[in-house]
Design a protein. Structure first.
Length: 333
């Protein structure tokens, strides 16, 4: 009987110890979420002035934009993507829309995020733009004499099709939760199909405020800026206004610096961005570069703008943009 009591006591002690061990063990980790390779980013926006590298594309008028970008994540650190976007514009050849088609690869290495790809800029609906009238019908200098040809009294000309492409590379480094810095590089053999090569390089920086800056409102804030330089070559003869003139072989476009600085506020999928943009292009060199349809004056004479007409398309501008950006795997679940 005594042996039975001792055995029962030992069994009870062992069971209690086992129960204590079980209570100290961490609960089993949940199974990791399945890897989702496919995603789609899309969004739209409205901006008070569509500025591209310091130059207005919308004649300082509002522009609407939208984009659609399917993505394939090969791994969590390597993404392939293609996309398309559209913006409303106001060009001298009367093209009213820019349609972009692009694609590339985005690898990440720790705090470094890279992006390499090709970007095509398409401008459908344009007409050849000349600066002479022949028998009351536009054309005869660099465009066919036709009722579809556009006449510009300010002396500028523009091709019917100004579509072009660029190859690009970007690198972004995340310093910490608040700071990011980056560099960009874009190259094209013919900017706006002008025959002039273009090379754009810039440095960027972004500060993101702490998430609790506005309490529990869900509103975020950032400050960002960019400084870049656009190098440009010499156009083909179309923009030289014909043989025997000062620029029979084309116009050597002026390279220029551009910069912008802005503040943004985010809430869920929405972003309100308020920005200042400017360049160091003179009004005369701006006119030669943009072929603006509303250039004025005769005093803005430069070596590449002997007629003296000037354009404000490259000067200081304030920009307000409201946009919504979503991803299928995050926003639509």
């Amino acid at each position: 009987m005594r042996r039975l009591i001792i055995f029962a006591a030992l069994l009870a002690t062992t069971s209690a110890a086992s129960a204590a061990d079980l209570s100290l063990k961490a609960p089993a980790s949940p199974a990791p979420a399945p890897f989702e390779p496919w995603d789609i980013a899309f969004g739209s926006g409205i901006v008070s002035d569509y500025i591209f590298r310091g130059v207005t594309q919308s004649n300082h008028q509002p522009s609407v934009t939208a984009y659609f970008e399917p993505r394939y994540n090969v791994t969590k650190d390597l993404q392939l993507y293609v996309g398309t976007s559209a913006e409303s514009i106001d060009y001298a050849n009367r093209a009213a829309a820019e349609v972009d088609v692009y694609g590339g690869i985005r690898p990440t290495f720790g705090a470094f995020a890279l992006d390499f790809g090709v970007w095509g800029y398409l401008y459908p609906g344009g007409s050849c733009t000349d600066n002479v009238l022949t028998g009351g019908i536009p054309g005869g200098n660099v465009c066919p004499v036709s009722t579809s040809t556009i006449f510009l009294a300010d002396g500028n000309v523009m091709k019917k099709d100004v579509s072009f492409f660029e190859v690009y590379g970007k690198a972004n480094y995340t310093v910490n939760d608040s700071w990011q810095v980056g560099v960009t590089e874009f190259y094209t053999p013919s900017f706006l199909n002008s025959g002039a090569w273009g090379d754009y390089a810039s440095i960027t920086a972004k500060y993101t405020a702490p998430g609790n800056l506005f309490g529990k409102s869900g509103v975020g804030m950032y400050v960002s800026g960019e400084f870049g330089r656009q190098w440009l070559g010499t156009t083909d003869a179309f923009y030289g206004t014909g043989p025997g003139t000062l620029f029979a072989g084309g116009i050597p476009y002026a390279s220029y610096n551009t910069w912008n600085l802005g503040i943004g506020f985010t809430y869920k999928v929405f972003t309100l961005d308020i920005r200042y943009s400017d360049t160091d292009l003179s009004k005369g060199n701006c006119n030669a570069f943009t072929s603006a349809f509303n250039a004025t004056g005769t005093t803005n004479v430069t070596p590449i703008n002997p007629g003296g007409a000037g354009s404000n398309w490259c000067g200081a501008a304030g920009i307000v943009k409201l946009s919504a950006d979503l991803t299928a795997m995050t926003s639509l679940k």
